[in-house]
Each structure stands twice: as structure tokens, then as C-alpha cells.
Design a protein around this ligand. Structure first.
Ligand SMILES: [Zn+2]
Length: 397
């Protein structure tokens, strides 16, 4: 089936999803083309958008409110999605990742499940929302730089806070197979630079080997990970039921016969809700400053170890009593308690006092991979979920 045939037979939201996917919004690139297209569309429906930019000015978040029929703009439900996607570099795709294709009932393309499908459904159903005489407003919150560790949304949320905008609930449409996710871990990512001193490799007493000390620190990080794995705390509702740490990137040295002056590595940890992040990084920094550095300084005065925070996003732990949790459970007929290791923006909305749940079309299994796809069935399911949501907002007082 080609796309135009699917448009008449398949989910109503396909044209919008296709339009969104054709913008290459890989996180390191501008997303302004997509954001401005969405802004202009919302404008034609009488909604004005607030754009909040990242420091480069090349990327923006968009927030817009469809007021209730009586003009109310406070309260209501936020529909949250990130507009950026992960890179396709190094992946082998069977079709152009930015030119969506339908094969075997699946829509292929970068961002189909993570997470332009959800955004496309929300935009497509805007006319139905307008026609429904809502008793509560619907807010659209489309962010940038989520894939860099939820870096973009904080600009939007700070603006909402400054303008006193509140909502009674938020649905983050990350891919969950349209099931309800009520908790996820936090994200904390750091870069560490170990500074030593270069010398000819035969003259080891004159140099300070940065790689060797970086290795010691990396082993210490691994020891912390092993301790969490062995001793907890545990939450068995999570797919990985303990806090994890790991080193993911490393580089250092420049020649086989030179003592490396520098080594740099990145590590991250994913903490369970209730596990304080402060003591984890404090232990790592303490080991660097008070165990490794004194030994390094004995070898060379140039010794140094510094840390840079790259990204942090809070944990998310929904209340079962929250109205949004009960509403989304009722609309999806899903009462299971599901908690996941991957992070989303739900923790950020929650921290702003907006109770949240994660529920969207497609599977996290297909996210970030070559041949990412969402099934047309999942998109139809998301559309009918969104229609039921509209109905309930039209009835709610
Ligand atoms: Zn995502």
C-alpha cells in the first residue's frame, strides 16, 4: 500500500505524521521548520503558540492551549511530545528514514514511534477537540532536545511557571503500546576529564598516565553499579529493578609511544524513584578527589580530574489516586502497574506539580533502531483513545 492509498483506508493521522517525519529533526539539528509548521497550523485554528528557544536559538519548544468552550485556559490536560529524534548515522535502513513508507501494516521512518506518531494524532484531532465543546482546556506541549536527556523541555516549563499556567494532568505520548506507564527512572549523565602529563613512553616516571587513572575511576563506577545490583534498593515493578550506572564513551592518548596526557569518558546513572542522586555522584567525586588525585599529584603536579554534568532528568512516580492516572487507566482499560528504565519528560511535568502518565502508540522496542516503525493498528488505537479523551473532557465538569 502506498501512502496515498493508506490515507483513504488507514488512520486519519497519517498525513500529519508523514509531514512531521519529513522534517529531519535529529537532536543536533534545528527543529524550527517543524515547530513553525505546527505553529502556523494551530494559528489557522485560532490557537496562538508560545515558543521557548534553546540558548542557540536554533531549536524551540512549542506550547499552545485550546481553551474550554467557556474560554477557560487553566486546568485541563497537557498532551506532551518531543519533536526531536535520535540519529540514523551508522544504521542500515531498508528505506529513507525521513521519507515514511508503509509495509505490512507498519509505518516506517525515524520518529514514527518515538514519537511523532502521538504528536500527529494530537494535531489531527484538533478540529474534533474544537467541535466537542470541551469543559476543560487541552494544552499542546511539544519539546526539543528530549533525546539529549530532557534538555529542552525545562525552558518551556520555566515559562509556564512564570506565566502561572497550570494543568490538572499530563499525558506523555512516548511509545508504550498504548499501555499505562506509571513510573520511570531518573537520568544523570556526566563527562569526566582526567588530566595527566605526556612523556616519551619509555620514561614512565616523568609522565602521568591519564588513561590508567581514568580506568581506576571507571572501575570504581562499576563497583557502585555492582553494589546497587547486589544490595538494592529494589523495585520489582521495573524491568531493571535497581539503580544502574555505566560508562558509555571513552577516548584518550594519541600515540603508542606517548604517555597519555588526557583521558575523557562519559558515564550515566539511572536511579530508581526514591534513590537520591546526590550521594551517588558525591561518592564518585570523593573517590576522585581524595583517593586518586593525591596519588596522581605525587607523580606530576599537572594532575587534575574534573566533572561536567551533561544531562539530568528527574525520576517519575505517578500517584494511582491522581485523576489523570485513573482517567487514562479507564480509557485504555489497563490496570497493570508498569514501570520502565527509560526516562521521559513525565518527571519534569510532575516536578512542576502536574500529575502525569506515559501512554502512546508504538513500542519502545522499535525506538532508536534502524527501520523504526509504528503499526497502523497502534495509530488507530491512539486515535480512538484520543477521541475517548475528548469525550471525557467534554463531559467533565
Ligand atoms: Zn522518545
Amino acid at each position: 500500500m502506498n501512502l496515498s492509498e493508506a490515507y483513504t483506508a488507514g488512520p486519519l493521522s497519517l498525513p500529519w505524521i508523514e509531514r512531521l517525519i519529513r522534517f529531519d529533526t535529529t537532536s543536533f539539528q534545528s527543529n524550527l521548520g517543524l515547530i513553525e509548521t505546527v505553529r502556523d497550523y494551530l494559528q489557522t485554528h485560532g490557537l496562538s503558540s508560545t515558543l521557548t528557544y534553546d540558548p542557540s536559538g536554533k531549536k524551540a519548544n512549542l506550547f499552545a492551549t485550546l481553551p474550554a468552550a467557556d474560554g477557560t485556559t487553566q486546568g485541563g490536560i497537557v498532551l506532551s511530545g518531543h519533536t526531536d529524534v535520535v540519529p540514523v548515522k551508522g544504521q542500515t535502513w531498508d528505506s529513507d528514514p525521513f521519507s515514511p513508507e508503509i509495509r505490512d501494516g507498519k509505518l516506517f521512518g525515524r520518529g514514527t514511534c518515538d514519537m511523532k506518531g502521538f504528536i500527529g494524532v494530537a494535531l489531527t484531532l484538533l478540529p474534533e477537540m474544537k467541535a466537542a465543546k470541551l469543559k476543560q482546556p487541552v494544552h499542546f506541549a511539544f519539546s526539543c532536545d528530549e533525546e539529549l536527556g530532557c534538555v529542552g523541555a525545562p525552558y518551556m516549563l520555566a515559562d509556564l511557571k512564570a506565566r502561572g499556567i497550570t494543568a490538572s494532568g499530563c499525558i506523555v505520548g512516548e511509545p508504550t503500546d498504548m499501555r499505562v506507564i506509571v513510573a520511570h527512572k531518573g537520568i544523570n549523565a556526566y563527562r569526566c576529564r582526567v588530566h595527566g602529563h605526556a612523556a616519551h613512553s619509555s620514561l614512565t616516571p616523568q609522565g602521568l598516565n591519564a588513561i590508567e587513572y581514568a580506568a581506576r575511576l571507571i572501575c570504581f563506577i562499576r563497583d557502585q553499579a555492582d553494589q546497587f545490583r547486589a544490595d538494592g534498593p529494589f523495585d520489582e515493578a521495573f524491568d531493571v529493578p535497581f539503580t544502574t550506572l555505566q560508562t558509555s564513551i571513552i577516548s584518550g592518548g594519541n600515540a603508542i609511544n606517548t604517555i597519555p596526557a588526557n583521558c575523557e569518558f562519559s558515564f550515566e546513572y539511572r536511579n530508581l524513584p526514591g534513590v537520591d542522586t546526590g550521594p551517588i555522584i558525591a561518592r564518585i567525586k570523593d573517590y576522585a578527589a581524595n583517593t586518586l588525585l593525591p596519588r596522581m599529584k605525587k607523580e606530576h603536579a599537572n594532575a587534575n580530574i574534573d566533572f561536567e554534568l551533561l544531562a539530568s532528568a528527574p525520576t517519575f512516580d505517578a500517584s494511582e489516586q491522581a485523576a489523570i492516572t485513573q482517567l487514562v487507566r479507564a480509557l485504555t482499560h489497563d490496570q497493570a502497574i508498569r514501570k520502565v528504565a527509560y526516562g521521559t519528560e513525565a518527571g519534569l511535568f510532575q516536578a512542576l506539580g502536574i500529575p502525569s502518565v506515559v501512554c502512546g502508540p508504538g513500542s519502545i522496542e522499535q525506538a532508536h533502531k534502524a527501520n523504526e516503525y509504528v503499526t497502523l493498528e497502534q495509530l488507530s488505537q491512539c486515535e480512538s483513545f484520543m477521541r475517548k479523551l475528548i469525550q471525557s473532557l467534554a463531559q467533565a465538569s
